[in-house]
Design a protein around this ligand. Structure first.
Ligand SMILES: Nc1ncnc2c1ncn2[C@@H]1O[C@H](COP(=O)(O)OP(=O)(O)OP(=O)(O)O)[C@@H](O)[C@H]1O
Ligand SMILES: [Mg+2]
Length: 248
């Protein structure tokens, strides 16, 4: 509405393919529908695919800004409705790991965005120096976990490393691809049992998203599932997560 909330959040994960980019795009759509001015930063600098999710072909990307070739305004692409997207480069290997001066350029660009409610940063999976950096500059961090045992162990590793390297103590967990809330809570409790034992961090069960065939269907057609299927289980669950974010 008036861009006063000003919150930067990251969506990250240990294991790849857990639904980060899908959640980022659809969260942005729902927040936009709730009149929140929302930017997406595709921070998966080597293999970003937010543009593909939205079916857009950006003219410029984040590399053009970091290299000083374009202003931030020029690299912001328009998604559906009012969503604003800062696209990654695809296969831009030079940006796979940002140097300190590139990080500074990026951060000053982010800080110069005048009016926004939310900036959502879609990161790569894993623990590259970029991922650690992008998570360090966000107010809130959302870790996407699935019931896959590898996702649990990788999530634990992400929490441990981010806590150690950035001092972060608060982590929000969203459990994706579950049958129901009970399974979501179960996965969360498994993660909690190891973090409680070995780390001094607070992890919060922020919500769950069911495994939903409409998600896969819309994604294949390069459509947003929240737009195509406003009443499907995954949309309703993500809506609850957005409403919670608005209350915080
Ligand atoms: N709740 C869900 N139900 C069904 N399919 C889902 C769900 N969430 C994500 N998917 C599907 O999982 C696949 C991977 O999603 P996505 O690309 O968003 O993951 P990612 O974590 O961003 O992957 P990467 O680590 O490669 O960046 C997509 O095909 C997406 O449609
Ligand atoms: Mg992704």
């Amino acid at each position: 509405m008036d861009g006063k909330r000003k919150k930067t959040i990251s969506i990250t994960s240990g294991k790849g393919g857990v639904g980060k980019s899908s959640i980022v795009s659809n969260m942005a759509y729902l927040l936009d529908r709730m009149n929140e001015v929302t930017y997406i930063v595709d921070a998966d600098l080597a293999l970003g695919n937010i543009d593909i999710m939205f079916g857009i072909v950006p003219r410029y990307n984040i590399k053009d800004f970091i290299d000083g070739k374009r202003d931030l305004k020029e690299i912001v692409s328009r998604g559906p409705n009012g969503i604003k997207i800062i696209p990654a480069t695809s296969g831009g290997y030079e940006l796979s790991n940002l140097s300190d001066s590139e990080k500074n350029v990026f951060l000053s660009g982010l800080r110069s965005i005048p009016d926004y409610d939310f900036i959502i940063i879609d990161t790569q999976a894993g623990l590259s120096s970029n991922v650690i950096y992008f998570n360090s500059i966000c107010e809130e961090m959302f870790l996407i976990v699935t019931p896959d045992p590898a996702s649990l162990t990788d999530s634990y590793a992400v929490i441990k490393v981010l806590n150690k390297k950035t001092g972060r103590k608060n982590f929000n967990v969203i459990v994706n691809m579950v049958k129901d809330e009970a399974e979501g809570l179960d996965v969360y409790k498994k993660l909690l049992s190891v973090t409680d034992r070995f780390l001094r961090v607070y992890i919060e069960f922020y919500g769950y998203i069911p495994l939903d065939r409409n998600v896969a269907d819309a994604t294949k057609r390069q459509k947003l599932w929240t737009k195509e299927y406003p009443l499907t289980a995954a949309t309703l669950a993500l809506r609850d997560i957005c409403l919670r974010l608005l209350r915080s």
